[in-house]
Design a protein. Structure first.
Length: 72
């Protein structure tokens, strides 16, 4: 886990906390804590999804399809 990951997760927690404050300025400590945890975990999930989308052979999803001799 590098420093970049820690900064990204902290930014996600901060953004979620600020979003909660915008929606509910009188939110309690428990709600703010839950929002921060959700933001922290959300960044982790987005990172996992982005790394899973990467093709193992370096090709992207928008690469031109290969000719299939069986598909006349």
């Amino acid at each position: 886990m590098g420093i970049v990951n820690i900064v990204e997760e902290a930014a996600g927690a901060f953004a979620a906390d600020k979003a909660l404050e915008a929606v509910d300025p009188n939110a309690g400590v428990l709600a703010k804590t839950a929002a921060a945890i959700a933001g922290f975990e959300g960044v982790s999930k987005i990172q996992e999804m982005m790394s899973d989308d990467a093709a193992p052979d370096g090709q992207t999803d928008d690469a031109a399809p290969q000719d299939d001799p069986n598909n006349g």
